[in-house]
Write a protein that binds this ligand. Structure first.
Ligand SMILES: NC(=O)c1ccc[n+]([C@@H]2O[C@H](COP(=O)([O-])OP(=O)(O)OC[C@H]3O[C@@H](n4cnc5c(N)ncnc54)[C@H](O)[C@@H]3O)[C@@H](O)[C@H]2O)c1
Ligand SMILES: O=c1ccn([C@@H]2O[C@H](COP(=O)(O)OP(=O)(O)O[C@H]3O[C@H](CO)[C@@H](O)[C@H](O)[C@H]3O)[C@@H](O)[C@H]2O)c(=O)[nH]1
Length: 446
């Protein structure tokens, strides 16, 4: 099938590549000329496990092409995916300007039937706006051409995007015609084999399903973070509580890890957007507002603890930070807790020595010219001569470091762990002062 995807970011490029890998003929349109050049060389502009190899092969074999020419893209595919960004506006609502720009472009150039699919995360009612934009662009050229608008939210996680796309838990489509449903079923056939995972519903429910999923996952995390803070105060251990409640299948083990707050380009913005949608609809979003408030607070927990440990004076102290991306297996630093922490440390006069397995270049782009940031080549280099180590992102390689060496490299053996990676008893035996989330701190005399 001929498919066009607008937007070659985490979602657009994964969608395009996976469809191409299934044998389809895919054209990607992006306004970022540099990104298109990179892709045309068969290279991937960001880190996502397995993606670079698939881009390279499918590009080389001619099934995956890249262009900045929107007209070419509209001409190519019967299926036109909109996978551009929907960043938060000032009031928290999702900014639809890029989505509607693409809808307008499609309306300006289409000459035959097109299925226009919103893959971006968009608030309820957006498909209606896309439809209106298309109709007005067609009317402006006195063209009468049939089209379908479909909602098809994406549920992939960064770091596991290819597996999530090719072996999805569910494929949600919001349609209002049999023709659109038939075409969408045929399109997703390669990823819907052993049992039917395609859930077809009305457009508005589909749009809301995406926000509902992210908001519920974010709620689980904020709930656990609140419980973690309580655990510390009442002498409990959140890790035991997690295992205790996760064993109930009604609760489950997924997404109940306490930590130093959720980040990324989705949860923070989507919870805010849903709060806005609720307010617009005259509903007070009490739970959602609390989820966001708890998370904002949780992102400051590591700093508060570091600051308290050093008696409120961090001037001239050097803090090692392990993990800068918002989660492991990605170089994405959007809304990452590492940034909140580092900015607070800098405001307090501290120096940061930072290390991340893949996100160094992204951090360099944002903070590269700061004298109080030392970007390190290895985890051990970051720790060398630092007053304390802080873990923000649970990359696998941080799980079992050489603790004896770490203790020697640090000025004092102090670890602040935002992801509860280590066994407190081991930390005690190794002579560390160890402060984690929702567990009793281990304090070792220097
Ligand atoms: N990142 C994720 O894990 C994820 C998962 C599910 C859903 N989503 C949603 O998918 C959407 C895209 O997210 P992303 O992380 O891929 O964004 P991104 O910022 O990584 O990529 C967006 C791309 O769109 C391009 N673009 C902007 N305007 C354009 C236009 N008019 N024509 C063509 N290209 C244009 C940009 O240059 C950029 O390359 C968002 O709505 C997001 O909420 C993201
Ligand atoms: O138990 C947990 C699980 C996750 N997190 C944090 O939550 C954030 C988000 O993690 P994750 O959901 O794994 O990554 P995303 O790539 O942001 O994926 C989410 O957002 C996407 C964009 O909408 C959706 O498509 C996915 O289904 C949804 O999981 C990260 O900061 C994690 O550290 C926790 O603190 N505790």
């Amino acid at each position: 099938m001929d498919i066009t995807i607008f937007g070659s970011g985490y979602v657009g490029l994964v969608t395009a590549t996976c469809f191409a890998d299934a044998g389809n003929d895919v054209v990607c349109v992006d306004v970022d000329a540099q990104r298109v050049e990179t892709l045309r060389r068969g290279e991937c502009p960001f880190y996502e496990p397995g993606l670079a190899e698939l881009v390279k092969i499918n590009h080389a074999e001619g099934r995956l092409r890249f262009t900045t020419d929107a007209a070419e893209g509209v001409k190519h595919g019967q299926f036109q995916f909109i996978a551009v960004g929907t960043p938060p506006g000032e009031d928290g609502s999702a900014d639809l300007k890029y989505v509607l720009q693409v809808a307008n472009t499609i309306g300006q150039h289409m000459t035959e039937h097109r299925v226009i699919i919103t893959k971006s995360t968009v608030p309820v009612g957006t498909c209606d706006k896309v439809r209106a934009q298309l109709a007005s662009a067609l009317a402006a050229r006195n063209a009468e051409i049939e089209f379908d608008v479909v909602s098809n939210p994406e549920f992939l996680k960064e770091g596991a995007a290819i597996a999530d796309f090719t072996r999805p838990d569910r494929i949600v489509i919001g349609v209002d015609s049999d023709r659109a449903e038939k075409l969408m079923r045929a399109l997703y056939e390669p990823f819907n084999h052993n049992h039917d995972r395609l859930i077809s519903m009305d457009v508005r429910s589909s749009e809301l399903t995406k926000y509902a999923a992210n908001a519920l996952l974010a709620t689980k995390i904020s709930f656990m973070n609140e419980l973690a803070n309580l655990s510390e105060k009442v002498g409990a251990d959140i890790e035991n509580v997690r295992i205790g409640i996760g064993s109930d299948p009604r609760i489950g083990y997924h997404f109940i890890y306490a930590g130093c707050g959720y980040g990324g380009s989705c949860f923070p913005k989507d919870v805010k957007a849903l709060v806005h949608t609720a307010q617009q609809a005259g509903i007070k979003p009490s739970i959602l507002s609390a989820v966001e408030e708890v998370n904002e607070r949780q992102k400051t927990v590591l700093f508060s603890r570091i600051n308290a440990h050093f008696g409120g004076n961090l001037k001239g102290k050097t803090i090692a930070v392990w993990g800068l991306s918002f989660k492991p297996k990605t170089d994405d630093i959007r809304e990452a807790t590492s940034r909140v922490l580092m900015e607070a440390l800098w405001d307090a006069g501290a120096i940061v020595k930072a290390y991340d397995p893949v996100a160094m270049h992204e951090i360099q782009k944002v903070y590269g010219d700061r004298a109080d940031l030392k970007l390190c080549d290895s985890a051990e280099q970051a720790v060398d001569g630092a007053d304390a180590l802080t873990i923000v992102t649970e990359w696998k390689q941080f799980r079992s470091p050489n603790f004896a060496r770490i203790a020697k490299l640090l000025k004092q053996p102090v670890i602040f762990d935002g992801r509860n990676l280590y066994d407190p008893e081991l930390m005690q035996r190794m002579g560390f002062t160890y402060v984690s989330i929702g567990r009793q701190p281990i304090t070792t005399e220097a």
